[in-house]
Design a protein around this ligand. Structure first.
Ligand SMILES: C[C@@]1(CC(=O)O)c2cc3[nH]c(cc4nc(cc5[nH]c(cc(n2)[C@H]1CCC(=O)O)[C@@](C)(CC(=O)O)[C@@H]5CCC(=O)O)C(CC(=O)O)=C4CCC(=O)O)c(CCC(=O)O)c3CC(=O)O
Ligand SMILES: NC(=O)C1=CN([C@@H]2O[C@H](COP(=O)(O)OP(=O)(O)OC[C@H]3O[C@@H](n4cnc5c(N)ncnc54)[C@H](O)[C@@H]3O)[C@@H](O)[C@H]2O)C=CC1
Length: 218
């Protein structure tokens, strides 16, 4: 088993090529669209949903079998056809060009795998079983979705503001860390949700964070 390294990629406007047009390719394309990538689909057939995304101009679709030139200028390749030998060939072409590839029918033969994902605004939770059990990864994300609901959209935006203020106002790194850790307790998060004063009253915010930090030390 590979020792996979998790990371978040910036793909906005970057060419990502998905080969295959079934449910698996659709899932990969959907994640790429959420990341605002420039999605290219290459496949003779496509699901109704993929066709709809194509018709709405959300992705480009080349309706034929894969050829090597499809990889030109790509930053990521997804081999999600139902033909093992085609997926293997795609991984070879990608390797030759130094483009990381995902191989849907044989994860270990690719450069990266795709975890199960929950997006709640800027909060991005992922789960992976390193290929041993994609269904387990999906189940865990389902559980996290119940725990981290819509509220967290607002939390993340409030935290962005708070962090900006704390970084501007507090020079000492240890103190900054203490305040920012205090800012993410359940109590604090609930408070920020109804705190429309955050932007305007920066000193009040710092004062409140100090209180919360002291309570934590308690
Ligand atoms: C290695 C990996 C490569 C990759 O695709 O990146 C891979 C490989 C394979 N998946 C297979 C099957 C299934 N995959 C799913 C679901 C998901 N698969 C995803 C990722 C990954 N799948 C990567 C590992 C990720 C990790 O472990 O962290 C998820 C998380 C993300 C996504 O695809 O976007 C998405 C959940 C999305 C969600 O719902 O949240 C289900 C569940 C279902 O359909 O209900 C089943 C049926 C149950 C089962 O077989 O376990 C098969 C066998 C195919 C066959 O039987 O021929 C292979 C091939 C093999 O075994 O290597
Ligand atoms: N990674 C994952 O999450 C999962 C992977 N799989 C694997 O992924 C494969 C694909 O799964 P599905 O989407 O359900 O398959 P599918 O059979 O629904 O779709 C396969 C697609 O590949 C296209 N295709 C065939 N030859 C091609 C070529 N030479 N170039 C480009 N496109 C080509 C077909 O037109 C079709 O749209 C399965 O065979 C299975 O091995 C299956 C389930 C989950």
């Amino acid at each position: 088993m590979s020792a996979w390294y998790p990371l978040l990629l910036k793909l906005e406007g970057r060419k990502c090529v998905v080969f295959g047009g079934g449910p698996v390719a659709q899932r990969k394309a959907e994640g790429l669209l959420q990341a605002k990538a420039d999605v290219r689909l290459v496949s003779p057939g496509a699901t109704g949903q993929l066709m709809e995304w194509f018709e709405r101009g959300l992705l480009r679709w080349t309706a034929r079998e894969a050829v090597e030139e499809d990889l030109d200028g790509a930053v990521l390749v997804f081999a999600a056809t139902d033909r093992g030998e085609v997926n293997r060939k795609l991984a070879e072409w990608a390797a030759r060009r130094g483009i990381p590839a995902n191989v849907a029918d044989d994860g270990e033969n690719g450069d990266f795998i795709v975890p199960a994902v929950l997006r709640q605004g800027g909060l991005v939770l992922t789960a992976s079983a390193s290929g041993a059990g994609p269904a387990l990864a999906a189940r865990i994300i389902g559980e996290l979705a119940e725990r981290y609901g819509q509220d967290y959209n607002e939390n993340v935006e409030a935290l962005r503001t708070i962090r900006r203020i704390v970084k501007a106002k507090i020079a000492d790194q240890a103190e900054r860390r203490e305040l920012l850790r205090a800012a993410v307790s359940d109590e604090a998060l609930t408070e920020w949700r109804s705190a429309s004063w955050l932007h305007e009253e920066q000193d009040r915010l710092i004062l409140r964070l100090r209180q919360l930090a002291d309570e934590r030390k308690g």
